[in-house]
Design a protein around this ligand. Sequence first.
Ligand code: AMP
Length: 171
Amino acid sequence: MDELKNIIRDVPDFPKKGIVFKDITTLLADAKSFQRMVDLLAHRYVGEKIDKVVGVEARGFILGAALAYKLGAGVVLVRKPGKLPSETFSKTYQLEYGTDTLEIHTDAIRKGEKVLIADDVLATGGTMSAVVDMVRDLGGEIVECCFLAELDFLGGRKKLPDGKVFSLLTF
Ligand code: AMP
């Protein structure tokens, strides 16, 4: 696991001063690490009969699509406003400064479907918490919210459903 942790690049002061950005592109570009990340995460959900894997724009798409393929599930996109072409359901949530909005197609998840949500990094948890609300509003049953990495010191998991958060790596 240390190998996977070490291959993620820290970029200080990105996108703004004081933030250490966990740049996963270095992991994605390494064939063995990418395969290991997908295999380890997918293994956890084999047998769970996941119907849909929801990927959060944009790095969550990569993880979400790879997991869905391995699990024989469909892929659902959660996107920034104005990107999804058909009827959408949207959720506005609080950021440190201001708000942000995410959208999902209203017909992307059917009532009772088993849903896994995937993103690269769990930071403050605001983004994933909004996605959890959207999936539940559409009637999806959340199996888990999974991440490649969690920034533990930001306490994001407290905003998410109890016992339904899994991160492969913790910083
Ligand atoms: P959150 O604060 O949990 O709502 O994080 C929002 C999104 O920003 C997540 O989808 C992460 O991909 C990204 N993010 C936030 N903080 C970082 C960080 N330090 N390094 C890399 N990605 C981050």
